[in-house]
Design a protein around this ligand. Structure first.
Ligand code: NAD
Length: 460
């Protein structure tokens, strides 16, 4: 993940310099110096906060758990990014995810910087009481750097509204009298959360796919005709007017909502033939019953049914396959909504889908990204597709400050509005040049950050 992001950022910087759109008013050496300053600023985080949380388990044992809060850049506003509870969390991963948040917020014009947090645990191995203690300790250890105007965490893998509620309550007791509703987003509705926040990322992920394949194609026929040699135009057009088969990797918050949106969509004829989770893949050539699967996971701690007995008991028609089979199925579209690095050099050649939507952050390695892009696969990148969560987090933060709350449909209207504005900015350029969509998005973010950093006098 590190090398991919670095290389895409580097390519953006070079492209901006070559095309003379990087600070065009500066001349020769001044421009070169500003450019070098920007490279340093974007490639390093402002702060890496690390601690070992001291946790007293219910069995009386005391353990120390590594925990991180990384603040990459706050040029556009307070740091913002989720807290991940997962056993594979490490410092490099958190730094890179924080960097991605800086670029994502810049791309979608969200007035936040980039941050990220992580705790090295498998939350399934801890009791509710122990998890509550871990959340409180996390806030306690990093309390000086968190806050409504400083750094605003949100949920990520392994955390949800329960954890955000606990964390906000701890923040409030550590900082009496300070504003606290905007200190965490992704909270429960009763505790100041926004309607629609839980569904926001998955809805945004599906919206990015629908926008590209339907709204954009319908409204930009002459641009697409003019660029009919572009392999991505060919991929987008080859999917018109026919039913599309979809496989969704990861059936958690993001994947299940995106799958439901696809299942219900009135604009495109989708057939979701496969979904997977940490255990298995479920497959049905005639299409899976997504609402029934969501109902099942809600009642079974998030897991899909793993055998025929369980499927029959709940009247769900599907065959059970190995978890990683899903990626190599002969389907039109893959939604990746699980973890990083799922498509890599070992399986890239077996991928048959021609459209991939990144709901997860960085689910494709650098090498695989190049291989697939060179082969005409249209990848809707994480930075573009999965910003729904941070956009609605921004709405939650605003609602918390104003103590005025939007209706759910207002939240989704504002979400789609913001995402469409970004699509309108990057898609025409993407279809008329030969940069990947990921590269186009990075170019846009880097250009925005460079202009603002320059105006703030930070590039001297
Ligand atoms: P989640 O914990 O709710 O769901 C993750 C799902 O992936 C679960 O169904 C899990 O069983 C499954 N999974 C785990 N390992 C797998 C594997 N190897 N193969 C297939 N499935 C596997 O997490 P989430 O909130 O849905 O997040 C998913 C991804 O989206 C993460 O990469 C996260 O960083 C990213 N993301 C989430 C949000 C958000 O608002 N939740 C926002 C932006 C990005």
């Amino acid at each position: 993940m590190t090398s991919k992001m670095e290389s895409v950022i580097q390519k953006s910087l070079s492209a901006l310099l070559d095309e003379n759109i990087f600070l065009p008013k500066l001349n020769g050496s001044t421009r070169q110096r500003a450019y070098q300053s920007l490279v340093s600023i974007l490639s390093t985080p402002n702060h890496v906060n690390k601690s070992f949380l001291r946790i007293s388990l219910e069995n009386g044992r005391v353990i120390r758990i590594p925990a991180f809060r990384v603040q990459h850049n706050n040029t556009l506003g307070p740091y913002k990014g989720g807290i991940r509870f997962h056993e594979s969390v490490n410092e490099d991963e958190v730094v890179n995810l924080a960097k991605l948040m800086t670029l994502k917020n810049a791309l979608h014009d969200v007035p936040f910087g980039g941050g990220k947090g992580g705790v090295v645990i498998n939350p399934r191995e801890f009791s509710e009481k122990e998890l509550n203690l871990i959340c409180k300790k996390y806030v306690h250890y990093f309390s000086d750097s968190l806050g409504t105007e400083k750094d605003i965490p949100a949920p990520d893998i392994g955390t949800g509204e329960r954890e955000m509620d606990w964390m906000m309550a701890e923040f409030k007791s550590i900082h009496p009298g300070e504003t606290y509703r905007g200190s965490f987003t992704g909270k429960s509705i009763m505790n100041g959360g926004s309607l629609g926040r839980r569904e926001a990322t998955g809805k945004g992920v599906y919206y990015s796919y629908k926008y590209l394949l339907y709204d954009f194609v319908e409204n930009n026929k002459s641009l697409l005709d003019k660029n009919s040699d572009n392999p991505f135009v060919q991929t987008a057009l080859s999917h018109r007017n026919r039913a599309l088969t979809i496989a969704v990797q990861g059936f958690g918050n993001v994947g299940s909502v995106a799958a439901l949106e696809a299942y219900r969509c009135a604009y495109l004829q989708n057939k979701i033939v496969a979904v997977s989770d940490r255990n298995i893949t479920l497959y049905n050539d005639d299409g899976l019953d997504i609402p029934a699967l969501i109902h099942y996971t809600n009642e079974h701690e998030g897991d899909l049914p793993t055998d025929q007995t369980e499927l029959s008991k709940h009247d769900i028609k599907a065959t059970v396959q190995d978890r990683d089979d899903l990626l190599e199925l002969d389907v039109d579209v893959l939604f990746l909504a699980a973890l990083e690095d799922q498509i890599h050099t070992k399986n890239q050649k077996n991928i048959k889908s021609t459209i991939i939507v990144e709901g997860a952050n960085a689910p494709i390695t650098q090498e695989a990204d190049k291989y697939l892009t060179d082969n005409g696969v249209l990848i809707i990148p994480d930075i573009l597709a999965n910003a729904g969560g941070v956009i609605v987090s921004y709405l939650e933060w605003m609602q918390g400050r104003e103590t005025q709350f939007y209706k759910e449909e207002e939240v989704f209207d504002l979400l789609y509005d913001k995402m469409s504005t970004t699509f309108e900015t990057v898609l025409p350029k993407f279809f008329s040049d030969l940069f990947s969509l990921r590269q186009n998005c990075y170019n846009h973010s880097v250009m925005k950050l460079s202009t603002i950093l320059y105006r703030q006098g930070k590039l001297y």
